[in-house]
Design a protein around this ligand. Structure first.
Ligand code: UGA
Length: 435
């Protein structure tokens, strides 16, 4: 099938590559010429496992191309909208200007029978509004809302083999859904559940899923706060409650909390939209989820101050991990980068490192000093802080690291180190939610 993907950021570039991998003929469209050139040269503008091969294979097969010219989408049967919906500046709501511009730019190329498929995360009500916009000029083009649930770090696998497909359709939208079935035939042949529903439900499924995940993380971080004052161990608590299949152990890792380009902005946009609809009370708990999450960052800075003897002034602190999670170079709303910056602003001298996210961090906080190896980062450190649980940090040998630091003090911001191992190697080990 001939497919266009409008917007080639994280979601769009991965989606375009995966659609080509499935055998479709794909044109990716983005307004950023530098991004388009990089993608056409086989270079993903972000780190994602599997992405270089996906791009190389797609480009070599001739099935995958990128352009800045939306006219190239003419003749495609399916047009995916995959642009970003960032948080509005100074407000909680989502900024829909890129979604609106993407749909508007497509209008001249739409032909009867084409299907526009929305993948961006949008406030409930958007799909109906966009359908009205499309039908003004292209009454025989249908819109299907098809939210995406990919996780960074697993984006390729999540797109090729999703755990579910959700189609939001308008009345009479079944033929458009059948076209989309053609796009996803391999996943459907593998018995992937497909939920067919209305626009509003499909839009809400996406934000409800992210709100649930954020709540699960803040729940365990709230337990960590109680564990800290009670002298209990939140990791053991999570293991113990996680054995109950109704609760489950996944997404119960206490620590520095959630960040990234999705969870934080999505729960805020969800609250804003519920407020507009008169249901703000239903989501006031998400305000608490957000503030528990932000408190973890402040607590981590406090812990650093504590282990440095009450003041950060002039202390040399090695920060290991800057990305919002491992296997990613993404530092959007990264708890790790936010703590590193706070430590620096409060007078510490921070040397920060990350296997993939140094370049992106340097763009946001050029005043931090960066190191490319653990050894370089921890040299003469008064304390080291592990803030993203990369395997390379999980597996650090405390005896080896002790040879470089000024004082053997480690703060484990992700509960990813073995306290026994570090303590028995002579380290002072501190963590969030653990004695
Ligand atoms: C999230 C969702 O998990 C995806 O399903 C969704 O498609 C995506 O947002 C999106 O809306 O596009 P992602 O942002 O890649 O995916 O990251 P997650 O794996 O959800 O992690 C989010 C944050 O939570 C990270 O900072 C991570 O360190 C933190 N986290 C995760 C915890 O603090 N504890 C946990 O137990 C799990």
């Amino acid at each position: 099938m001939r497919i266009s993907v409008i917007g080639c950021g994280y979601l769009g570039a991965v989606h375009a590559g995966c659609m080509a991998d499935l055998g479709h003929q794909v044109i990716g469209v983005d307004t950023d010429a530098a991004k388009v050139d990089a993608l056409n040269a086989g270079n993903a503008p972000f780190f994602e496992p599997g992405m270089p091969k996906l791009l190389a294979d797609g480009l070599a097969s001739g099935r995958l191309k990128f352009t800045t010219d939306v006219a190239a989408a003419a003749g495609c049967k399916v047009h995916f909208i995959a642009v970003g919906t960032p948080q509005k500046k100074g407000e909680n709501g989502a900024d829909l200007r890129f979604v609106d511009a993407a749909v508007e730019s497509l209008l001249p190329v739409l032909r009867p029978g084409d299907v526009v498929v929305g993948k961006s995360t949008v406030p409930v009500g958007t799909a109906s509004r966009l359908t009205a916009m499309i039908h003004e000029v292209a009454p025989e083009t249908a819109l299907v809302w098809n939210p995406e649930f990919l996780r960074e770090g697993f984006a390729v696998a999540d797109t090729l083999a999703p755990d579910r497909l959700v189609y939001g359709i308008a009345a009479g939208g079944e033929p458009a859904a059948a076209v989309l079935d053609g796009v996803y035939s391999s996943a459907l042949d593998a018995d992937t559940p497909r939920i067919m529903t209305d626009y509003a439900t499909s839009e809400l499924v996406k934000v409800a899923a992210n709100a649930f995940l954020a709540t699960k993380i803040s729940f365990i971080n709230a337990m960590a706060e109680v564990c800290e004052v009670a002298g209990a161990d939140v990791s053991q608590l999570a293991d113990a409650i996680g054995h109950d299949p109704r609760i489950g152990r996944r997404f119960l890792n206490a620590g520095l909390g959630f960040g990234g380009g999705c969870l934080p902005k999505d729960i805020r946009a969800f609250m804003a939209r519920a407020g507009e609809l008169g249901a703000d009370q239903a989501l006031t708990f998400l305000r608490e989820v957000d503030s528990i999450n932000m408190r973890r960052r402040a607590r981590t800075v406090d812990l650093a101050r504590e282990v440095c003897g009450g003041s950060l002034l002039g202390k040399r602190i090695a920060v290991l991990g800057l990305a919002f999670k491992p296997d990613s170079d993404d530092v959007r709303d990264s708890p790790a980068l936010s703590v590193a910056a706070q430590l620096q602003l409060q007078g510490a001298s921070v040397i920060a490192s990350d296997p993939k996210a140094v370049a992106n961090s340097a763009k946001r906080f050029p005043e931090l000093v960066f190191a490319y190896t653990v050894e370089e980062a921890v040299q003469d450190a008064d304390a080291i802080m592990v803030l993203t649980e990369w395997d390379e940090y999980r597996n650090l040998d405390p005896h080896h690291v002790a040879g470089f630091v000024a004082t053997p003090v480690v703060v484990d911001g992700r509960n990813c180190l073995d306290p026994l191992k570090w303590r028995s190697a002579g380290w002072t080990y501190r963590a969030l939610g653990r004695p």
